[in-house]
Write a protein that binds this ligand. Structure first.
Ligand SMILES: O=C(O)CCC(=O)C(=O)O
Ligand SMILES: [Fe+2]
Length: 323
């Protein structure tokens, strides 16, 4: 079954030098439409070889099958600002998953597995591939939005806040189990590589639409930072991962982030230059990220108390949804 809603964008024109202007234009139109409606699309010919992705997925599956005592050898270091390493969700949270979080390969926070052999090196290589892909996607989105050349690149110049997560979702046991609860990503742009077990779903027109796994395709979504900068022109899509039935599921997520010290607010191009009121008050990225982290460390009793980007929304008559 192929994806009904989410379009596939061929990125090959962006690797062919200057000579496929038509191909680039088509890709940008598709991306712009998807981002203004629901924020998700898929990419092919993205420059990350399929054999490499399959190998990474296989190594990740092997790792997560190890007994806990082996996996716990990668427990996060004490005293780090953000935990990197192996983490299993506590029993009292609805999300039934475990994962390895990593920062850029040169980060001293990383605690990466020494088994299976080659897993660590593969994760590090993958991080670098995704970081490059993030730069490319950011430049395409910059063009889709008609921003000055290199605007986003200069604004988001420091890659040390990027992170990658190797995820393992446990097969469903109870009816209310969820793989990952509904959320929007707090990044600029996110990438997901899924195995062949479905689960990722995006909210669109009040329905949860599955993003069907297709070999070789990488899922891309624009996230909260882009939504705020563009004053909602591009949407940070709400998504979740359903609990896999019968067998477990593996995926990789890469978050192309904005450095913590950056100020985020709707850009003049999407507000005063076009006569629109800003839909968000400005904030320092790290303050928002800290609130999101608190959602995880101290989950609020009521789902409506989870801090999302709407925390910064300015309630106006034209912004009823956020009031
Ligand atoms: O595993 C997936 O398919 C999606 C993961 C995700 O949405 C996330 O980690 O933010
Ligand atoms: Fe996500």
């Amino acid at each position: 079954m192929a994806n009904k809603v989410f379009p596939t964008v061929d990125l090959s024109p962006f690797f062919n030098g200057e000579n496929d202007e038509n191909g680039k234009k088509k890709a940008k139109e598709t991306i712009s439409k998807a981002c203004s409606e629901y924020g998700f699309f898929l990419i092919v010919n993205h420059g990350v070889p399929q054999e490499f992705l399959s190998k990474a997925m296989q190594l990740s599956k092997t790792y997560f099958k190890y007994p806990d005592e082996e996996k716990l050898k990668c427990s996060p270091k004490f005293g780090v600002p953000l935990p990197a390493g192996y983490i299993k969700q506590p029993h009292n949270v609805p999300d039934k998953n475990e994962f390895i979080i990593m920062f850029p390969p040169d980060s001293s926070f990383n605690v990466l597995p020494s088994n299976p052999p080659e897993f660590k090196e593969t994760l590090e290589k993958m991080f670098i591939c995704f970081s490059k892909l993030g730069e490319l996607m950011e430049s395409i989105i910059n063009e889709c939005l008609g921003l000055p050349t290199n605007f986003l690149k200069e604004y988001n110049h420091d890659r040390s806040w990027d992170l990658m997560v190797a995820m393992h979702y446990f097969a469903a046991v109870g009816a209310e189990d969820i793989g990952q609860s509904e959320h929007e990503d707090g990044s600029c742009i996110s990438f997901v590589v899924q195995d062949d077990v479905s689960g990722l779903e995006v909210q669109y027109n009040g329905e949860w639409i599955p993003v069907i796994p297709e070999e070789g395709k990488i899922v891309v979504n624009v996230a909260d930072v882009i939504q705020v900068l563009t004053n909602n022109r591009f949407k940070s899509g709400m998504h979740r991962v359903a609990s896999p039935k019968g067998r477990s599921r593996n995926s990789f997520a890469f978050f192309y982030n904005l450095p913590g010290e950056k100020w985020v607010e709707p850009l003049p191009q999407f507000t005063k230059e076009i006569g629109e009121e800003p839909k968000y008050r400005g904030f320092k990225n790290q303050d928002y990220q800290a609130l999101r982290m608190r959602n995880k460390t101290h989950p609020p009793a009521r789902p409506e108390d989870v801090i999302r980007i709407t925390h910064y929304a300015i309630p106006t008559s034209g912004n009823q949804k956020f009031a």
